[in-house]
Design a protein around this ligand. Structure first.
Ligand code: NI
Length: 169
């Protein structure tokens, strides 16, 4: 089932999500829905709060359907190590039409659980490293615009306010 994507302004995006404790069929279904919703929105990563579910779950596919083996499910993820630096533009399905340059670590290792509750570690570089950081941030109630200058952030927020007023957000 495709869920609508929650946009900036909804408080669910700015509060820490709850730890997942039940690794059941309901969780599996939620993860399937998240992939479906992410692809429908043309994204390469999605965190559960973005469909209004405040739980520590993220799905990632930086190949966007090209490599089925690249699909990653992160439950209760924690960043365990970060190395190097990369600069690049970043966007978010919850802040559509905006993109900003964000400096992130280049190599990132995440520790998480799979849908069955089994722990694993995964190291990603470049876009995947960026996705690990971006999605884990979401689960901590943090958006990528918290990594840009206050000036740029205020500009984005002002533009969004106008869109809200015009009924276009
Ligand atoms: Ni995002």
């Amino acid at each position: 089932m495709i869920h609508p994507i929650v946009k900036l302004g909804d408080p669910v995006l700015e509060k820490p999500a709850a730890t997942v404790t039940a690794f059941d069929d309901q969780l599996k279904k939620l993860v399937e829905d998240m992939f479906e919703s992410m692809y429908a929105a043309h994204g390469v990563g999605l965190a559960a709060p973005q469909i209004g579910v405040s739980k520590r779950i993220a799905v990632i596919d930086v190949t966007f359907k090209e490599d089925p083996g690249a699909k990653l499910v992160l439950i209760n993820p924690e960043i365990v190590s970060k190395e190097g630096r990369q600069r690049g533009t970043e966007g978010c399905l919850s802040i559509p039409e905006f993109r900003e340059e964000v400096t992130r670590a280049k190599i990132v290792t995440v520790r998480a659980q799979d849908v069955k509750g089994k722990f694993f570690e995964h190291t990603g570089e470049d876009l995947l490293a960026r996705a690990f950081l971006h999605e884990t941030d979401h689960l901590n109630g943090k958006l990528y615009i918290s990594h840009v200058s206050a000036l740029k952030r205020d500009l984005i927020k002002r533009k969004i306010k106008k869109l809200v007023k015009a009924g276009e957000w």
